[in-house]
Structure formats: C-alpha cells, structure tokens
Design a protein. Structure first.
Length: 587
C-alpha cells in the first residue's frame, strides 16, 4: 500500500470536496476526510488538487480540514459471511451499523463488511504439492444450509501448495501457503477486489439457456438468457419494483444480489421484511440464505448511490467465479444516473442531453458488459454467469429520455411497462406489443429439448393472435364489435383469453405467483387448442355464440390456479372441451 499523504480541503460543494496537496493521489483512490474520518473517493485530479466524492453527509465540513489518502481504490471484502448480508452502497453492514449508531447511520464509522471474528469450517479440496493457479478452488466452507462457499486462489496468484490446513478459522487466518516464484504466498479465506474493475475470466460464451422466472409473460414471450441483460422501463406505479421482487424470489439463479439504488426506503423495507419469510422453492430454506441485499435508498448519501451498482456487480462476479449462476437486480439505474449527473454538475463538466454527463452511455455499457456467461479462471473449466436486470424510471414514462435510450442500445431484452395496463389492474403490466427479447430465437433448441418441441411454434401462434387483436381493435373502435366476422370475433375472444387467463398473473396468490415452464406450456396449449377447434367448428357451421358459451371455457380461465402437482387436470379439461365443441358441430 502506498504511503499516506495529507492534504487540505479548499472547497466544499455538497458531497463534492476539493483538496490540495495530494499530488501523489490517483484516480479512484479512497481518502479519509476531516477528523471525522469520512470515506471519500478521488474522481478528478488537476495537478495536486483532487476532487473527491464523499460517501457520507458532509454537513459541517469546511476549508482547511485534513484529507488523508489511503493509496488503495474503493474495494469490497469477498469471503464467507456475504450471504444473508444487508449492506449500504459501500458495503458497510447495516445490521451492525444499527447496533453501533442506532436507526440513523453515524458518520465516519469504519466497519468490516464481513465478520472477522466468526470461525468457519474450512475443508481442503487440494493437497500438498499440487500446482494451483488463479481461480482454482483450494477448499470449501459450508456458509449455510443452501450454499457451499468455494475458497479460490486470487487472480494473478499461482504456485505449488506448500501447506494447507483443515479446521475452523476466521477469514483473516492463513489456511494455505503457496510456494510462488518470488517466495511464499499466504492465502486466507477472504479476498479484496476494487469495485470499478471487472474480475478476470478465461473467456465469454454465448448465452444459450433461459433464466426461468415463473412469470408467464416473461418466460413465454420475452425470456432473458442466463448471462444476459434486461431492462424494465416504466412510469411511476406501473409495477417495476414488484416485477423485480418476483424475479428475485423465483428466478432459477443460484445467488441473488439485489441493489436498491436510490429507490424509496419503504420498498427496500418490503424486501427486507419479505425475503426472510419466503421459502426458496429449490431448497425449502429461507430465500435470504442465497441473497445479498445492498440498500442505498433515496435518503442515503447520493455519492454512495453511484458506488452501490459497482459494489453489487463485483459481489455477483465473485460468486460467478465459483461456478454459480447469479442474478443482479438494480432498482433503479435511473437513480444511479441521477447521482452521476449531480456529481458531474458539481465538477462543472460540460453537460450533455438533459444535463447528464457525456459519458453516461459508456458508464452504463461498462456496467452491463460485466454481465455474461463466462469460463472462469482455474484449471477445472467451470462455467458461471451474471444476469443483469435493471429497472429504469423515466420521468413521466418518457422512453425518449437519455437513460432509457442509452440502456436500450445495450441490453437485449426490453420489458416495457404500460401505465394503461397498470390502470386496468393487469399485472405484470408488460406491454406485449412494445416489448422484445433478442435471446428468444437463440434458445429455440433449449426449449425444444427441455420443455416441448412445439414450444416455439405455440409461442409464435399466441403472439400472432395478440398482434391481430391489436389491428382489429382499430376497427372495433370505429364501427363496433358487431361489424366483425365470426372468425375475427373468435380471434378477439381468444386474444382476451390469452391476456386475462394467461398473461395476467397474481403475485400475491400462492399458486399463481409462480408457473413452471411445463404448466405454462399446458395452459397456453389449452387456449390455442380451444381456438383451433372452435375455428374448425365455425367452418363446419357451428354457431359462434354457442362456441363461446361452452362450460369448459370457464375452466380454461381458471386453470392458472391449478397447483403444479395436479397437472393431469389440464388433459381432463382439454378432453371435455374437445367433446363439447364436437357436439356443437354434430348438433
């Protein structure tokens, strides 16, 4: 670590301070500000003057106070004890902060992110004399009943194992000694990593399988791949946060990192209260056992909001390097961009569109680029992934604003939330006409092998009906439903069934909140089979009103409430429906 250099504050402007006498400071170095030892980060250097964003309240600071460099960039602690943790934007543990300073975070409190006193049972995975390189797993720790924490050799470290211990150790104690090229290297169970630098890997792979969410509109029509990037833009009240909560609860990722970036405190409170009560459908254990929460709400320091996204993605990459599939939810990237805009304004940089800095797009891209499916470092060819899903909160729902446009140029899945659907109480309020997924075609083979060979054909047929309904609605508005032909009226009724019986999903109903891909396929098959049989019956002379009145249509409307362990009922309803329509043809 570099020697500490002291400077003096010459300017204070909210969370931005300017200090002189720091000629040896580097960009993104962490500094300690004033006698209160507030945490700050260098974001601009001009000669010996450093512009510093302070991650804590700067009230009471003034010119002449001392600034001390640490010589190290903003880094996170990575090791056993991360899971079930609740942190602020710079990885300070909020539970422990509350014990020390009460309900309001005190200033200048320096506290380790993970517990340095707790002992963990370390089980070696390699033996003395084995050559290891960066990323290799040297042992495991059972962090909780759900997740096995894999202790890895840090990147850029290699050597032959000189000694390795088994037993209970703290994260600071040496568990392994390597004989390296320049002497002995001592390894502990904890690593530190700078948040603004992506963790290295061998190579990126093309995403080829979906992140199954249990949300029908997402899984069927607009899937996101494991290792992909998706955004959820929408106006206030359209359900962005609930969609992200649902994804965090039900997505089939091994690890969830949830970043509450600048959103309202009561929304994060909902997450903190709900997650410990939720049962993980995979393990039957509390969902928090595979979750890391980062809370940097709207009343917390604005500068830390900008850091919280990087803190989250670095933690996600760490678990990815173990070979896990990780999903990171950021709610919302608009609040992160607003923090960027505020700091840019205080630096007196030339503003871009709507006051955002000119580098907004490149900063967003550098965040989303850290998502992906990768072949990790190490000799065992592990594969891990980070899936990035971010809410975007455009003012007034205007998707032409800079953050939305910059995000749409980067991500490959767009779940556009509609205020009109939200006002109709249709949730998730994802607009099936405006939304898209560029991963859907790439995963055709996976769906064919793992769900049904007709999955894609069925999805395309349902989407064609919804798009046809969109066109027919224009005619209905002009001349009314009675002007439509029986075939078009049947299309409209089928589209209504797809919308209300399939796409509408109740997040608070214990059966409907999650639907497996097999259930989704069976539900949509019933609706489309009913459409095909009814269309065939119309051509053979059956009356449309009679077809719409068959009793099995009501059962199709309620099949979303059929539990996963009663899938046989779908075939029963299908047989009943076919029989009733056949009777109408013969009548």
């Amino acid at each position: 670590m570099a020697s500490k250099k002291k400077g003096k504050i010459v300017k204070v402007a909210g969370p931005l301070i300017v200090a002189e006498g720091l000629d040896d400071a580097k960009m993104f170095d962490v500094v300690r500000v004033s006698s209160r030892s507030l945490i700050g980060e260098v974001i601009e250097m001009r000669g010996d003057r450093a512009s510093i964003q302070v991650y804590e309240e700067t009230g009471g600071l003034g010119p002449g106070e001392e600034v001390v460099t640490t010589g190290a960039p903003l880094s996170v602690e990575l090791g056993p004890g991360l899971l079930e943790g609740i942190y602020d934007g710079i990885q300070r543990p909020l539970r422990k902060l509350m014990e020390v300073s009460g309900e309001r975070i005190g200033r200048g409190i320096d506290m380790p992110a993970i517990d340095h006193e707790k002992k963990w049972k370390f089980t070696p995975a390699v033996s003395k004399g084995v050559a290891v390189t960066g990323g290799d797993i040297i042992g495991t720790v059972r962090e909780n009943s759900v997740v096995e924490h894999r202790i890895m050799v840090p990147p850029n470290v290699s050597g032959t194992i000189k000694s390795i211990k088994e037993g209970e150790f703290t994260v600071d104690e040496v568990v392994c000694t390597l004989n390296g090229a320049k002497g002995d290297i001592k390894l502990t169970m904890m690593q530190k990593w700078p948040v603004r630098i992506g963790r290295p890997y061998k190579g990126k792979m093309s995403p080829a399988m979906p992140l199954i969410s249990g949300q029908r509109v997402i899984d069927t029509f607009f899937p996101v791949a494991k290792g992909g990037a998706a955004c959820i833009p929408g106006p206030f009240g359209s359900g962005k946060t609930v969609v992200q909560h649902q994804l965090a609860k039900w997505a089939d990722a091994d690890i969830i990192v949830y970043v509450g970036c600048g959103e309202r405190g009561n929304e994060m409170t909902d997450v903190l209260n709900e997650f410990p009560q939720l049962t993980d459908p995979k393990s039957g254990q509390p969902l928090m056992k595979r979750t890391v929460l980062i809370a940097n709400t709207s009343d917390m320091p604005v500068a830390a909001r900008e850091a919280s996204i990087y803190t989250g993605i670095t933690i996600a990459e760490y678990f990815r390097d173990m070979g896990y599939n990780v999903a990171i939810m950021a709610d919302s990237s608009s609040r992160w961009a607003e923090a960027l805009r505020e700091m840019s304004g205080r630096l007196e940089e030339m503003p871009g569109e709507e006051g955002y800095p000119a580098y907004l797009s490149s900063r967003l891209a550098s965040y989303y680029e850290r998502a992906g499916v990768v072949r990790t470092l190490g000799t065992d060819n592990r594969v891990g992934s980070v899936t990035a899903i971010s809410a975007v909160s455009p003012p007034g729902g205007d998707l032409s604003e800079p953050v939305s446009q910059a995000t749409l140029r980067i991500v490959k899945v767009f779940w556009g939330l509609s205020s009109s659907l939200a006002y109709k109480r249709h949730f998730p309020a994802i607009d099936w006409i405006a939304s898209y997924s560029l991963y859907a075609d790439k995963m055709t083979q996976w769906y064919g092998e793992n769900v049904n060979s007709r999955w894609v054909e069925q999805r395309n047929a349902a989407m064609a009906i919804l798009q046809e309904e969109s066109g027919l609605n224009e005619i209905v508005r002009l001349v009314g439903m009675d002007a439509l032909s029986p075939e078009d009226r049947l299309t409209m009724e089928t589209a209504k069934s797809i919308r209300e019986d399939y796409l509408h999903q109740d997040a608070f109903n214990e059966v409907d909140t999650y639907a497996s891909l097999q259930k989704q396929y069976a539900m949509l098959k019933l609706i489309l089979d009913c459409y095909k049989l009814s269309k065939d019956a119309l051509e053979k002379g059956a009356d449309l009103d009679d077809l719409l009145a068959v009793s099995s249509r009501e059962k199709i409307g309620r099949c979303k409430y059929i539990p996963e362990n009663e899938m046989g009922r779908f075939e029963e309803i299908g047989r009943q429906m076919a029989g009733e329509i056949k009777q109408l043809i013969n009548a």
